[in-house]
Design a protein around this ligand. Structure first.
Ligand code: HEC
Ligand code: HEC
Ligand code: HEC
Ligand code: HEC
Length: 182
């Protein structure tokens, strides 16, 4: 039995998100140390709505470096492989151990959506079909103009708002990890 309300884990997530605020350069104090920042502190451009999940493999076509780093991380491997086989169809578990579960185009099962197992790219960046479409029009350019780069960047979240890490790591209200047996 694991308790994800452990202070250490919570601080870790807090640091990670403050870091993001800093990097986004939105002019807010960097050391707020708030695990759950106010929604108004998020000033990221809004990527197009209604994007569908395309899976980590298609992201890797243009982001090989990030893909390689992610592949080695616990979000790729352990997040799925450590789930005991008998739980791999259990909705209660899939919510945090796969990508986009419960959404129309999110994880269904291993056979149908193999590129959405674990906490993959779109768990953190949001669904990216439109981002892919926009970027595909830019792939034969040697160098992007600042406008083109902005267009590409603004079509996906650098990090989804509402403290996405906490949706899996510390359910609000300090809920415990569901019970399971190996
Ligand atoms: C056809 C190529 C292509 C594909 C496919 C693609 N991207 Fe991108 N992506 C880009 C380009 C170009 C940029 C602009 C910045 C750069 O040059 O890296 C970008 C930027 C980003 C950024 C930075 C956003 C920001 O605000 O700074 C993220 C995050 C990102 N992509 C994630 C993804 C994810 C997740 C997927 C899969 C769902 C994906 N990308 C698929 C080309 C692509
Ligand atoms: C609210 C999100 C959430 C739900 C729901 C959830 N998990 Fe997890 N689970 C996590 C996170 C986050 C970790 C990693 C924690 C860490 O390492 O800090 C984890 C870790 C694990 C691990 C790794 C082994 C361990 O104990 O460290 C196993 C196995 C696991 N979960 C199984 C399950 C099963 C089975 C279910 C369904 C009964 C489930 N999880 C439901 C978020 C969740
Ligand atoms: C657990 C959450 C998480 C997952 C999973 C994840 N990322 Fe990211 N990614 C981030 C965070 C956080 C940043 C922002 C780091 C920063 O601002 O320096 C980021 C930054 C990026 C950037 C921008 C890099 C830059 O310097 O402009 C790209 C591109 C990207 N991720 C692509 C991907 C791709 C592709 C995948 C899947 C193979 C992926 N990410 C998986 C959290 C994640
Ligand atoms: C879709 C759910 C999900 C999201 C979103 C998510 N994670 Fe995770 N994360 C997991 C799971 C599941 C594991 C556990 C893998 C395992 O050990 O079984 C994990 C593992 C980790 C670990 C490794 C813990 C260890 O024991 O080494 C860190 C660190 C981490 N996550 C940080 C983050 C941060 C920071 C964010 C946000 C940028 C984030 N996660 C977003 C589900 C998620």
């Amino acid at each position: 039995m694991r308790n994800f309300a452990k202070p250490a884990a919570f601080i870790l997530v807090g640091i990670a998100t403050s870091g993001l605020i800093l990097l986004r350069g939105d002019g807010l104090p960097s050391a707020t140390a708030q695990p759950l920042p106010a929604e108004s502190s998020v000033e990221e451009p809004h990527p197009p709505e209604g994007q569908t999940y395309i899976g980590s493999k298609r992201c890797s076509a243009c982001h090989f470096k990030e893909f390689t780093a992610w592949k080695k991380s616990k979000h790729a491997k352990e997040a799925w492989e450590s789930v005991p086989a008998k739980y791999r169809t259990n909705a209660e578990c899939l919510a945090c151990h796969t990508t986009g579960f419960g959404r129309e185009t999110g994880f269904k099962d291993l056979a149908a959506t193999p590129n959405l197992v674990g906490a993959s790219c779109e768990s953190c960046h949001g669904a990216g079909s439109e981002h892919e479409t926009i970027c595909k029009t830019l792939t034969d350019k040697k160098q992007l103009t600042p406008e083109e780069e902005k267009q590409a960047r603004d079509s996906i979240y650098r990090m989804q708002p509402h403290n996405v890490c906490a949706t899996c790591h510390a359910s609000r209200g300090h809920k415990e990890h569901p019970k399971y047996t190996k």
